[in-house]
Design a protein around this ligand. Structure first.
Ligand code: C2E
Ligand code: CA
Ligand code: CA
Length: 750
């Protein structure tokens, strides 16, 4: 039995044939084989020999070229030709070899296998050519029996297949390395999921059409629940859907199977890939595919999955960190940072100006916490949070702003403060204890602010603080005017602090005289502030500010010490009976260590305490009777005098005044101002003077601006006076001059 190919002038004739077994997998595309030969009979006899055979489970598809240039054209236009059976001698003696050169160097077809054929052994290519151009085989046509042709072709195709696989693997691995790097950089499961689909699709050379599902929660029995968190392609509408409710049967079943078995699941219609995750956020991807992926692809996908799982671990850690950073861990509510981000994000929306932020501050929570314990407080907060969560019903963004202060953010119309008041008015039940609470609210419309989250919280807090100051349980509303006022107040306060620190505050002294002779008997220390620009800022403006910020305490201490030292100096300068009146703010008066500070200032200055008078405003003196009585007792014990300032503007009762140990009533400027014009004022002035007399108190009138007023006061029996008609407040040196002027006969001792 011979299968020798008989050669006659390049002819190929098969003498005897044993056809190779045919077994093909129709789903695989045929191998493309190009026959390049200028002899028509070679084409036909090759077809005859191999036309019906299948190699490595695939059929053959032949392309025919009758010259090197024709072959080149086919190679350029037809992709994935596996083998070329190339005649060396065609239009020229070296046409075939030239084509080999072009195939490798110009067309860059590195995977294509080349089998050279020649009729004449003399035309055999050099060994270097075979090596350099990666020639698969070289055969004289005489050697090519049908079986040999089959064997040679099979070997070439096998090598083609392996090269293809290696290349696919290499490209795939490159892609995996690249995609891992990309996916590590993603922040958030949605981005990550989208990235995974894109990368798998790229790996398989498909369109990105699929979904990703990730563990979202657990059911009551502790079984994980999965939701579709991100999708690509035409499945976008399934985002946030539970896997079980996916409409696409194939998709749903493949995903569920994969999640159940923790394995990849390859089907003809699509593939499900399972990504385990150490931190318990496992995930599964489903991608539609036109056919079952090749073994190479499946191998690559396995590498991809294990690689990406590492990224998923990182992502979970990251998400965890993010949760810590953005959620309050006690109430599992978004925290302040999250709130800020939410508002910031909304600030680019068209309807931002229709949105609002409401702060809800639980009244007296700190005291409750202190009295009943933190655990109790925590439980209460949890119940409040739960009620608010239900109330918001995803329509409003609910956050924990600070300890006992919640925040709602959303469309103004949805924010219903009345409903919230009612909601919180219902008692809470904690450890069987009925707990009633109330809350104070601060509301800020986004249309009233410039900026985002930070500014919104600030504005709502401002409104809240205002409500707290006026009355708890109320709603404060922020407006632009309030904002500007506060802003300028804050700026002024900053300036005041700086001026105080740099010792740029100073005192003026306004003389007080006796009536009717006008002899100096004392003076009142009044604070002065000229800011950096040389502008004079009246104490009526900055004292309330200093009181509210608490800086009044150190400032007041400074005033007191300075005035005491000044008094001591004046006494030494020849005015030994001169009284020094010092204004004391209620905040300062009530500050801890006030008496100790007073003692220290008295001791340090060495001033005679009986020549010092503390002025306390009437409205303040009326607050907290017990405290006042006790404090005044202490002050009197030290020998100091006490005057009630701005008298007539408050509501002191006679009996109360009797109990207070005071020396002097100071009739308010407003009554003095009116004393010669208005009957009412006159009667109040008269009344005050009468009152003073009956209580055996001295009465001084302030703000006396003309002699007429002085005369009238004198007639009424007022003992003392202070006002521009005698002297304006002035510096210490000017005061000394003034005093000397009043008593020219008494020269200064210094
Ligand atoms: P006050 O205690 O009632 O002080 C008297 C105010 O009346 C002073 O204003 C004084 O300059 C002003 N005055 C005196 N005579 C006349 C007059 O004939 N006509 C008019 N129109 N005004 C007169 P000043 O210095 O601007 O102080 C305003 C307020 O600031 C004081 O009212 C006092 O409540 C507060 N204050 C001033 N210095 C201090 C201080 O050292 N400590 C504290 N806590 N408060 C101070
Ligand atoms: Ca005063
Ligand atoms: Ca006054």
């Amino acid at each position: 039995m011979s299968d020798t190919l008989v050669l006659g002038n390049d002819d190929l004739i098969f003498q005897e044939e044993t056809p190779p077994e045919i077994s093909t997998d129709s789903s695989l595309p045929p191998w493309k084989v190009l026959i390049a030969d200028d002899d028509e009979t070679v084409h036909s006899s090759t077809l005859y020999a191999l036309g019906n055979v299948s190699v490595l489970d695939r059929q053959l598809k032949f392309f025919h070229a009758y010259s090197a240039s024709e072959a080149r054209e086919i190679l350029q236009s037809e992709p994935n030709i596996a083998v070329i059976l190339l005649d060396v001698v065609m239009e020229s003696d070296d046409a075939g070899l030239n084509l080999v050169h072009q195939i490798r160097n110009e067309l860059q077809l590195e995977e294509l296998r080349i089998i050279l054929r020649t009729g004449q052994p003399g035309y055999a290519p050099e060994i270097e050519v075979i090596r350099d151009y990666d020639i698969n085989d070289y055969k004289t046509k005489a050697e090519l029996t049908r079986t040999k042709l089959f064997t040679t072709l099979t070997a070439a195709l096998r090598s083609y297949m392996q090269i293809r696989t290696i290349n696919a693997n290499r490209q795939g691995l490159d892609l995996i390395v690249h995609s891992s790097a990309e996916l590590i950089a993603t922040q958030g499961i949605k981005d990550f999921a989208q990235g995974v689909i894109t990368q798998i699709a790229a790996l398989l050379g498909l369109d990105a059409d699929g979904v990703v599902c990730a563990r979202s929660s657990e059911d009551d029995a502790g079984h994980p629940c999965y939701t579709v968190v991100a999708a690509a392609g035409p499945n976008l509408d399934s985002v946030n859907q539970a896997v079980e409710s996916l409409a696409d049967d194939a998709m749903r079943n493949a995903l569920l199977e994969s999640l159940r078995t923790h394995n990849n699941n390859f089907q003809n219609h699509g593939i499900a890939l399972y990504f385990p995750c150490k931190t318990g956020r496992d995930m599964c991807v489903y991608l539609r595919t036109p056919c079952l992926p090749s073994k190479t692809h499946r191998g690559l996908l396995a590498v991809f999955c294990s690689n990406i799982s590492v990224c998923l671990d990182n992502l979970s850690l990251f998400t965890n960190l993010k949760s810590q950073a953005y959620f309050d861990q006690l109430l599992m509510l978004p925290n302040r940072n999250h709130l800020i981000e939410e508002v910031d994000n909304a600030s680019t929306n068209d309807n931002f100006n229709q949105m609002a932020m409401l702060l809800i501050d639980i009244d007296h929570f700190a005291e409750l916490n202190h009295a009943l314990g933190h655990q109790y407080g925590d439980l209460l907060l949890k119940q409040i949070a739960e009620r608010l969560r239900k109330h918001c019903n995803n329509q409003l963004f609910l956050a924990r702003n600070t300890g006992d202060c919640f925040a709602l953010f959303g469309t103004s119309q949805v924010i219903n403060t009345k409903a919230l008041v009612k909601l919180l008015a219902d008692p809470f039940s904690i450890h069987g204890n009925e707990q009633v609470i109330s809350a104070t609210f601060g509301l800020a419309q986004m249309s009233e602010i410039d900026g985002g989250g930070q500014e919104a919280i600030k504005a709502a807090s401002t409104a809240l603080n205002q409500a707290k100051q006026t009355q708890r349980g109320q709603i404060g509303v922020y407006t632009r005017e309030v904002g500007t006022q506060i802003q300028s107040r804050v700026k002024l306060l900053q300036k005041l602090r700086a001026s105080f620190e740099h010792e740029r505050l100073f005192l003026h002294y306004q003389p007080q005289v006796s009536l009717p002779d006008g002899k100096p008997i004392g003076c009142e220390a009044l604070i002065r502030w000229r800011d950096d620009d040389g502008r004079y800022i009246p104490p009526d403006v900055f004292i309330p500010l200093a009181e509210r910020s608490g800086i009044i305490t150190p400032i007041g201490e400074w005033v007191m010490r300075t005035a005491f030292f000044q008094a001591k100096q004046l006494h030494a300068m020849g005015f030994p009976q001169l009284r020094m009146a010092v204004n004391v703010s209620m905040i300062q008066f009530r500050s801890e260590g006030f008496l100790a500070m007073l003692d220290q200032a008295l001791a340090d200055s060495g001033v005679d305490p009986t020549l010092i008078e503390l002025e306390i405003t009437e409205s303040v003196a009326m607050l907290e009777a017990d405290y006042m009585l006790q404090m005044l007792e202490q002050i009197k014990a030290r020998g100091l005098q006490v005057a009630i300032d701005d008298f007539g503007t408050g509501f002191s009762s006679l009996s109360y005044l009797q109990r207070l140990k005071i020396d002097r009533l100071k009739i308010d400027r407003s009554f003095v101002d009116q004393i010669c014009h208005s009957e009412d004022a006159k009667s109040i002035a008269e009344m005050v003077i009468e009152l003073g007399k009956s209580l055996h108190l001295n009465v001084i009138a302030e703000g006396v601006e003309d002699l007429q007023q002085a005369e009238r006061l004198s007639q009424l029996g007022c003992h003392e006076a202070q006002g521009f008609v005698y002297a304006k407040p002035m510096e210490a040196t000017a005061l000394v001059k003034w005093l000397l002027n009043q008593q020219p006969q008494r020269p200064s001792t210094e």
